[in-house]
Design a protein around this ligand. Structure first.
Ligand SMILES: *[C@@H]1O[C@H](CO)[C@@H](O)[C@H](O)[C@H]1NC(C)=O
Ligand SMILES: *[C@@H]1O[C@H](CO)[C@@H](O)[C@H](O)[C@H]1NC(C)=O
Ligand SMILES: *[C@@H]1O[C@H](CO)[C@@H](O)[C@H](O)[C@H]1NC(C)=O
Length: 547
């Protein structure tokens, strides 16, 4: 993992941390024992796929219904012939547009004023097998989820109406949590400082749909099948003159699935995922992903896509002021499914506490009730009427739901530092107490805390201030509609681009001046800590990541 000149000490660190990685993965994937049977891995992983936003179904028979979109919301799954999905409000005008790349501004070499200096991005023209073809083959993308309906509106999914008054009239879509690659690529096509001259570029974007690609093969496929596209991509990239400039240090891409889908460590079929992110070439690149590894520096956490994709500043400002005025009926709420049989995860305890509290609203997403959690208006209504939203780890530490909560002006309650604080450091303030509540999960597991009384202790004034911080975060965690432009507001895309440009600039300077661009942190496994605290000193959270 450290360079090939790595010492024995380095190598044993590697082994130790690889085991941590495995432990972590298994811990979160909720497997009781080290899994020897392929089927077991697959069912555990199936649970994980459902788990992040939506509810568990271990039963593959239910796969076809798990679209995250109501049946009555979408009439046809065809992409070649996109049909307009029904709105929640049948009277409302439907504004879906088919995904049509020609409609998107391909503003290559747009009017590039002097403000583009240091910001030029060159976009690789990848063979379509790495991106567009995957959209065309949307039916094959996911064994459990029908992805085709989500491809409309430049990847935002079908527009949703406002029959229940939960949303504003414009800017809301039934967006799938795995759509970031398409949304980001479409935003990039409008980036103000694109260049077709790679020698002018500060960074090189690789529009590979890494998550779509791997999701086709996560279940039932052997290692060579899972790795084929990653290997082909790397071969293609390294054959280009752009690679040689910095050995790929200026290249970046987006992976709209969690990092563990791309970090297989062995070549055994029963191990999970492909090995995209462990390839030496990709280790030189930066990958933006909805959940990054705490122990690696080649990936960076970016927000999950939410349902809100405004097309103007005023839509954002109006939404924020509406969330400021919103009346909160519940002190706290939980939207999610239990994890029966898990002793590690605290979801069951949280659900029990919620059920006995008059001040808690529970939206139960377990099997029989899954549909109601798939409906954006149901989920957002609960978050909007709650002061605090519980965001415990599921099958992995992060949840899309945390971003939906922020969007609704609900103060998130986190139980694991890896759920947000060490993850999304480009987007969230370092001082997490300003915008969230932190209750260590071990205290919940041991039955030592009563959530209601912890939350009750915050004064009206404290709540008001935290809520304002949350509402101020809204623009930073959303992705604007790629078919239009926000005027002055910076969204998650803009913030990501700035951070990537800074990172590449640092690598370029380091290489020029003979430093190792991989440092700091001195130890890669301290990445989580360094990202948040800018130090590698001992920390009270160490046991979450190393024990
Ligand atoms: C749905 O799409 C298919 C093409 O995949 C088409 O044959 C069919 O007519 C469409 N149905 C409706 C209701 O438009
Ligand atoms: C869902 O599962 C059934 C039965 O296992 C299978 O026949 C069907 O093709 C699956 N549907 C999707 C969309 O994967
Ligand atoms: C990674 O970057 C370094 C420069 O920091 C370069 O020497 C090396 O060749 C690159 N690796 C690959 C696989 O291109």
């Amino acid at each position: 993992m450290e360079k090939s000149s790595g010492t024995c000490r380095h190598q044993s660190w590697f082994v130790i941390f690889v085991s941590f990685g495995l432990w972590f993965t298994l811990f979160y994937f909720n497997s009781e024992a080290f899994i020897s049977s392929k089927n077991k891995v697959q069912s555990v992983m199936a649970a994980y796929v459902y788990g992040i936003t939506s509810p568990i179904s271990m039963n593959p028979i239910e796969n076809a219904t798990d679209t995250g979109i109501d049946d009555d919301n979408v009439e046809n799954n065809s992409v070649e012939d996109p049909v307009e999905p029904k709105n929640e409000d049948p009277n409302e005008e439907n504004g879906n547009e088919p995904i049509d790349q020609k409609d998107l501004v391909t503003a290559i070499e747009s009017e590039s004023g002097p403000d583009c200096s240091g910001k030029y991005i060159y976009v690789h023209d990848l063979p379509s097998e790495f991106n567009e073809d995957l959209i065309k083959e949307c039916r094959t993308l996911n064994k459990w989820i029908e992805m085709c309906p989500y491809m409309v509106n430049a990847g935002l999914g079908p527009r949703i109406g406002n029959s229940q008054g939960v949303f504003s009239t414009k800017g809301w879509f039934s967006t799938n949590q795995f759509m970031l690659e398409v949304i980001f690529h479409n935003r990039m096509k409008q980036y103000k400082c694109l260049t077709t001259d790679s020698s002018k570029a500060s960074a090189v974007f690789v529009p590979f749909y890494a998550g779509f690609e791997v999701a086709r093969y996560l279940w039932d496929y052997d290692v060579p099948t899972r790795d084929a596209a990653s290997l082909a991509l790397v071969k293609w990239l390294t054959s280009k003159p752009e690679w040689k400039v910095l050995g790929g240090r200026d290249h970046f891409m987006v992976a709209g699935r969690i990092t563990w889908d791309f970090r297989r460590l062995t070549d055994k079929d029963e191990d999970w995922g492909n090995k995209l992110m462990v390839l030496p070439e990709v280790r030189n690149m930066s990958t933006l992903t909805i959940e990054a590894s705490p122990w690696h520096k080649n990936d960076f956490g970016v927000p999950y896509p939410t349902y809100f994709h405004p097309s103007s500043d005023s839509e954002v400002l109006q939404w924020q002021s509406r969330m400021r005025r919103q009346r909160k009926r519940f002190l706290f709420s939980f939207v999610g499914a239990p994890r029966p049989g898990s002793t590690k995860l605290i979801r069951n305890q949280l659900i029990d506490q919620c059920l006995v509290s008059k001040k808690c609203k529970l939206l139960d997403c377990s099997k029989g009730n899954k549909k109601s959690c798939d409906k954006p208006s149901n989920v957002m209504k609960v978050f909007q009427s709650s002061t605090f939203c519980l965001e415990p780890p599921g099958d992995s530490p992060t949840r899309r739901s945390a971003f939906d909560a922020i969007l609704a002006g609900c103060i998130p309650v986190f139980f694991h530092p890896g759920s947000a604080y060490t993850q999304y450091t480009w987007f969230l303030p370092q001082n997490y107490k300003k915008y969230s509540v932190y209750i260590p999960e071990d205290q919940v597991r041991d039955g030592k805390v009563n959530i209601e009384s912890v939350l009750q202790r915050y004064s009206k004034e404290q709540v008001r201030r935290m809520r304002e911080e949350v509402i101020k975060l809204i623009p930073r965690v959303i992705y604007a509609d790629p078919r239009s432009k926000l005027e002055t507001i910076e969204d998650a895309f803009d913030i990501s681009i700035e951070a990537v440009l800074n990172r590449v600039e640092k690598a370029r300077t380091d290489l020029k001046e003979g430093r190792n661009p991989d440092e700091p942190p001195h130890l890669e496994t301290n990445t989580w800590k360094y990202n948040l605290f800018k130090t590698e000193e001992k920390h009270e959270w160490d046991h979450f990541f190393y024990d």
